[in-house]
Design a protein around this ligand. Structure first.
Ligand code: NDP
Length: 516
């Protein structure tokens, strides 16, 4: 595709200001839009050697199953070229004054704000989420840039005295070139959660979104160009994990990897980089998070909140959030009441195609359906879901799964153990606090937990025993970007957010100066 053709098609994407317009654009094009890598500050057409169909991937719209775009499956030599562009940009960017870096990244946040609706529309089309949900995530992407662009203006460092002998202080410098790899569930939000701090702390990067959801990452290149991010500071390449992702993380030119995705991929990345001891690794991985509902949280004054928080934690974004509470445990004395009220609430508020979108891909949809078949075989009780959804002609090939509420699921069933990552929740009774903690912690994962109780002492007593990097009490998904974000056990290693992101993207050396 010539550059003027690609410019015209890019401007067509930007011109869509409603979902209907974007949908018509997809319908009106004879061949799917083809995404291009953004390297060295410009979009580049794949070289002729990449034009064979086996080196392109087609991405499908989850709500309809129709093809929307193709992306190059970037091969190792082209990955290397992107890394070299980032490497070449590092000396200058790492020495750019904080105020200047800050101003450029602030500009990125402004441009995202100005184009917020376009990003939300394409995110909704590409990922399957509702437009409202996409808007929330674009807001968060904007905050990622505004937060880190100002954070770097107020940094402090630690100094210590060794009495009469020395003054020591910590000096930080940017760690180098990073691989930034993100999953398909919150594409723009999670990719910018990495790009913003990486660039703010003076590193350069090659970013790779999931092959399933690459559209908003593609649009981001244009934003970086317009904001004046120097060429090579951020490069965005497309492709699958096995080819493009693996070549990226394994390259000896890469100084660090910030990865969000599944636990098995995290293990693969650890293996790929095991011999590069000094490589920074931040791994944000899977979860199978518990929600604990105590009797005191079902008293009339707070019952509505308890149900609302538990439902939101289970079904927001079709359950495709790593922090979703997909195992609900309820104190036996209020178990029947909870199941009844929770089911009624979800039936009313989480309506397929209105507040619940399609799941991200056919492969993922099939995986969730297999778990639901297993639940039926194992004689679990379906309080909601389980039947094929009612779809119109356009949606018939889409990836739709009704919100599903299950009880009577065996403790050792795969449904209770595995991360399903869809609109499926199990509810199980418990007898007492100790049993609740034991059930909550009985998982290989340790990302998040939700605690619903009005007992102040219990909030701390239970909260401090839960094996989870994030514990929410009577709320969920509340985020302050300085708080440490990350998981325990097989949910990951390292923390990101505020100064924790600084630890990921900088190296620290301690200087000892004589006291006199
Ligand atoms: P994957 O682990 O399959 O993929 C994540 C990213 O890694 C994708 O860009 C993928 O590329 C890439 N990738 C795959 N294999 C490799 C490899 N060998 N080397 C380098 N990169 C690779 O996760 P999903 O996309 O399926 O996302 C869902 C998972 O993400 C869930 O487990 C969820 O819990 C987790 N997650 C964790 C969060 C957290 O903060 N802890 C937040 C959100 C999600 P491609 O897809 O193109 O193959």
């Amino acid at each position: 595709m010539s550059s003027s053709t690609s410019d015209r098609r890019l401007s067509e994407l930007w011109s869509c200001v409603t979902l209907d317009e974007a949908s018509s654009l997809i319908d009106s094009t004879s061949s799917p839009f083809s995404l291009q890598n953004f390297v060295g500050g410009q979009y580049i057409a794949p070289p002729d050697s990449l034009t064979s169909s086996s080196q392109h991937i087609t991405s499908f719209e989850p709500k309809t199953g129709r093809p929307i775009y193709t992306l190059p499956c970037t091969q190792p030599h082209a990955v290397e070229a992107a890394i070299k562009a980032a490497k070449a940009a590092f000396p200058s960017w790492s020495k750019t004054a904080r105020a200047e870096r800050s101003a450029i990244l602030w500009k990125v946040s402004e441009l995202l704000q100005q184009n917020k609706e376009v990003f939300a529309i394409w995110e909704s089309i590409d990922q399957g989420k509702t437009l409202d949900r996409a808007r929330v995530e674009v807001d968060r992407a904007i905050s990622n840039f505004s937060y880190f662009s100002t954070f770097i203006l107020h940094e402090q460092t630690a100094a210590r005295m060794v009495d009469g002998v020395a003054l020591t202080y910590e000096h930080r410098s940017p760690a180098g070139v990073f691989a930034l790899i993100s999953p398909w569930n919150m594409p723009l939000y999670l990719l910018t959660w990495k790009i913003a701090p990486c660039l703010a702390f003076g590193c350069t990067a090659v970013a790779k979104p999931s092959e399933v959801t690459s559209m908003t990452a593609f649009l981001l290149g244009d934003i970086f160009q317009k904001a004046g991010v120097p060429p090579g500071v951020i490069n965005i390449i497309f492709g699958d994990g096995a080819t493009t992702g693996a070549a990226l993380v394994a390259s000896p030119l890469i100084n660090g990897v910030s990865f969000t995705g599944g636990t098995q991929t995290g293990i693969a990345i650890r293996r790929l980089t095991a011999h590069q001891i000094g490589k920074h690794l931040s791994l944000e991985l899977g979860g199978k998070n518990p929600t604990l509902v105590f009797e005191d949280s079902m008293v009339p004054s707070v019952r509505e909140r308890t149900i609302r928080v538990a439902a939101m934690a289970a079904f927001e974004n079709q359950g495709e959030i790593c922090l979703c509470g997909s195992r609900i445990y309820v104190e036996k004395s209020v178990y029947n009441d909870f199941v009844r009220d929770f089911t009624a609430y979800v039936r009313e508020k989480y309506v397929l195609k209105q507040t619940v979108g399609a799941v991200a891909s056919l492969q993922h949809c099939d995986k969730i359906r297999r778990y639901l078949e297993l639940a039926a075989e194992q004689k679990a009780t379906f309080h909601l879901g389980g039947a094929p959804p009612t779809l119109n002609e356009d949606e018939a090939q889409g990836y739709w799964i009704e919100p599903t509420i299950l009880t009577d699921v065996a403790k050792n069933s795969a449904i209770q153990i595995d991360e399903i990552f869809g609109p499926v929740v199990t509810i199980t009774p418990f007898d007492n606090e100790q049993e609740a903690i034991q059930l909550a912690n009985d998982s290989e994962y340790g990302l998040a937990a939700i605690l619903l109780t009005t007992d102040g002492a219990r909030m701390r007593r239970v909260g401090e025993q839960l094996e989870a990097g994030l514990v929410w009490v009577n709320c969920w998904l509340v985020r302050e970007l300085g708080t440490p974000f990350g998981g325990m056990k097989n949910s990951g290693t390292g923390r990101e957010g505020g100064e924790h992101s600084r630890d990921v993207f900088t190296v620290v050396r301690t200087l000892h100066l004589p006291a006199y």
